[in-house]
Design a protein around this ligand. Structure first.
Ligand SMILES: O=C(O)COP(=O)(O)O
Ligand SMILES: [Mg+2]
Length: 226
């Protein structure tokens, strides 16, 4: 495995793009609570944190469909059922982020990048309406020049569109940028965009080790990159 400076030929990246859930913030306790409120309102059994952890990473709609299916595979779930459950989930998730926590090492790494005046972006599959309030709640607002949510563009990760958009805004070439994420979608999006990718080992990757996606670098904590 390469070190961060080795990845950039002894320099630092000119732009760093981050995933949110499972990378910066452990948001699964609040996501699971909202899923369970939704399931209770539908007269169904709770799913619980351990199941929901494996279902997070492809946005709210897919999370809700997986909860309805009780499984990662959700192709048999119908549209009207999805819409009804999604509305309940979005209402249950709004406003309460009290169980979500910032992972160790995150703040130190963001501070280091900020003091080096490296522009930062957030690219998440989470619905955009939740992103500013969650960041503010955890005192992570003020770091990111660009915020891209799961519904900001017509497609979400693993599609590389958001990475291309941010790099264009920043005027930075793919080889000078870095993506930091926790799941297969992040690694696939970064690779499709030609962006070096660091994966964190502590996040959510549908119950599979993220090492199997072959990120350029794998770390147990972001402060290992300082
Ligand atoms: O909300 C999700 O499904 C995952 O969001 P993420 O892209 O920040 O990991
Ligand atoms: Mg994630």
């Amino acid at each position: 495995m390469l070190s961060l400076r080795e990845l950039f030929g002894g320099a630092l990246p000119a732009l760093v793009m981050f995933d949110l859930d499972g990378t910066l913030i452990d948001s699964v306790p609040d996501l699971a609570a909202a899923v369970d409120v939704m399931l209770a309102q539908l007269g169904r059994e709770a799913a619980g944190v351990e199941q929901v952890r494996h279902w997070v990473g492809n946005g709210a709609r897919v999370l809700v469909r997986r909860a309805l299916a009780g499984d990662i595979e959700h192709s048999h779930i119908g549209e009207p059922e999805t819409e009804q459950a999604l509305a309940l989930f979005l209402e249950a998730y709004a406003g309460d982020h009290s169980r979500s926590t910032v992972y160790p090492g995150v703040r130190a790494f963001l501070d280091r990048l900020q003091s080096a005046q490296i522009p930062l972006a957030l690219i998440t599959n989470k619905p955009s309406r939740f992103v500013p309030e969650l960041l503010a709640d955890k005192q992570l607002d003020g770091y990111f020049r660009w915020l891209v949510g799961g519904d900001t563009l017509p497609v979400q990760k693993p599609d590389p569109a958001a990475l291309h958009w941010v790099m264009q805004q920043a005027g930075v070439e793919a080889g000078q940028a870095l993506f930091v994420g926790d799941s297969r979608s992040d690694v696939l999006a970064a690779k499709a965009a030609g962006v070096p990718v660091v994966a964190v080992s502590y996040g959510y990757n549908h119950g599979r080790p993220i090492a199997s996606e072959n990120p350029d670098l794998l770390v147990d904590s972001l402060d290992a990159l300082i």
